[in-house]
Design a binder for this molecule. Sequence first.
Ligand code: ADP
Length: 248
Amino acid sequence: MSDVYLNSDRLAVSCRGVTKVYGRGNNAVMALRGVDLDVPMGELSLLVGPSGCGKTTLLSVIAGILEPSEGTVAVVGTDLSRLSNAQKVAFRGRNIGFVFQQFNLLPALSAAENVAVPGIILGMPRRAAVQRGAEVLASIGMGDRINSLPQNLSGGQQQRVAIARALMHEPSLLVCDEPTSALDARNGQLIMELLREIAMQANRAVVVVTHDSRVFEFGDRIAYMDDGHIQRIEIQDLSHRSPLTIGH
Ligand code: ADP
């Protein structure tokens, strides 16, 4: 497959003039009204704003799940509008990982087996996939829980397993929709610290949609949205932060 590369190697995402209209005629809802957004590699970017302002729509457009009505979206240098649906599915499979509010773990499978599922679906032999799943879990401080069933893990630990599952295919871009909403304050902070550490890895970026103002402090970049627009972007210098607490 031939991806279309733009001159934006250091950008994980670049949106220009993105609009999204749901429905038609009298029922039309303009969810995005011309969004320009750059997401640099190596950063954790937050999309924040009141309910209904377009955060999830923008995240879905960035992730190639939803077509914009107008405008362009490039992800790791690939213009998504130039890809067929099948190419888009393949592109997502290679480049994008997803984390949701609900952990969606399979209850009968161990942590390592849950992480292995995307690898098995992509054709990896089961044993190798579970081994790799265990390694990914260890890399995010969950090495001692690889054999645990989800029911024996806390909410924060379950979200870590879901994050490991999203990292299984080593995506350049991790998109997370309200990843802390189901967690208490402490676990929410730990998950954000983990996501920030992941974002700082080479050739990787993390975009988080959240309405949880308790986690704003973890964003290198905060895009404040309102009524389909990005009103302003705040850049926070987090370099003073002490080494992150992976695995604690
Ligand atoms: P947020 O994530 O900030 O809560 P959304 O992106 O979910 O906002 O929604 C933005 C606007 O688009 C809202 O007015 C919402 O009602 C509308 N909307 C979202 N999804 C659909 C849909 N599938 N069909 C019609 N309207 C939608």
